[in-house]
Design a protein around this ligand. Structure first.
Ligand code: AMP
Length: 281
């Protein structure tokens, strides 16, 4: 497994693979890797001849006062996980390698990014789209793998690829959870022991919402109420949002039908956690 720090090294390596007719799968990450990331890499490993993972804490997608500086980092451990899955190349650039002096071109979107996380993180998706398109241009993957854990991000990337005719197939992968239901996240490391326990309120509340839909409830307001009321029983939890949206367009729906995303962001202490489920009615 090779670790590349420059765009040129990645381009040269991928060029040689393509010359040999090999396919390339790509998993973009911010590192501090866990089972969720691993599942994406395993899917990429199954589908492609070569697998590239990027580890880059992208400053552009963090707003003022967010956790850019404190975001956990451990390249050595990450490299071991990648090696174990059979990743062929890790791209680990410095911010200066990605954003040269004078950088001023962005990818933005007029829909999908205004609801859910877009409400409290207004510049987040612009940063995500810009870095992902840059990474796609550097790696030129046949397929790229994204977790449903960040469902809005997955929908945004699918839309971007369609709108801008990017020749990379986007594959969505299921949420990987801890045994007790908490969605795996690099940010779980911020939680104290007490907060870690309190964080179970996210998946437990989603379960109640899902059960209500399965029992026939179709009114989004009722689902939001069931979920919110349950979250409010946890003193350490503070709701950022609980919403029901169409998965493809990320617009709110009154009545649940088609592919529908039920998503939440909840603060547990100072840590903002997200979770969701998707139903097909
Ligand atoms: P991150 O490093 O948090 O930017 O995540 C990189 C990729 O891993 C994104 O596509 C995430 O959706 C995905 N991911 C993160 N956590 C999970 C999880 N628990 N299950 C599945 N995918 C995940």
């Amino acid at each position: 497994m090779k670790i590349c720090y420059t765009v040129q090294e990645v381009r040269d390596t991928v060029k040689e693979w393509k010359r040999q007719g090999l396919t390339v799968g790509f998993v973009p990450t911010m590192g501090y890797l866990h089972e969720g990331h691993r599942s994406l890499m395993e899917a990429a490993r199954r589908d492609n001849d070569k697998v590239v993972a990027s580890i880059f804490v992208n400053p552009m997608q963090f707003g003022p006062g967010e956790d850019l500086e404190s975001y956990p980092r451990d390249l050595e451990k990450d490299a071991a996980l990648c090696e174990g899955v059979g990743v062929d190349l890790i791209f680990h650039p410095e911010p200066e390698e990605m954003y040269k002096e004078g950088f001023c071109t962005y990818v933005d979107m007029n829909g999908l990014t205004t609801e859910l996380c877009g409400k409290t993180r207004p510049i987040h998706f612009r940063g995500v789209q810009t870095v992902v398109l840059k990474l796609f241009n550097i790696v030129t993957p046949d397929r790229a793998y994204f977790g449903q854990k960040d469902a809005q991000q997955l929908a945004v990337i699918k839309r971007m690829v369609t709108d801008l005719n990017v020749g990379t197939e986007i594959i969505g992968c299921p949420i990987i959870r801890e045994e007790d239901g908490l969605a795996k996240s690099s940010r779980n490391t911020y939680l104290s022991k007490e907060e870690r326990q309190a964080a179970l309120i996210l998946s437990k509340s989603l379960k109640l919402g899902k059960e209500a839909i399965e029992a026939g409830e179709r009114d989004s307001k009722k689902i939001i109420e069931i979920i919110s009321k349950n979250i409010e029983t946890e003193p350490l939890a503070k709701i950022d949002y609980v919403d029901v949206v169409d998965f493809a367009t990320i617009t709110p729906v009154d009545i649940i039908k088609g592919e529908t995303l039920v998503a939440m962001a909840v603060y547990i202490g100072k840590t903002r956690l997200i979770d969701n489920f998707i139903v097909q009615i």
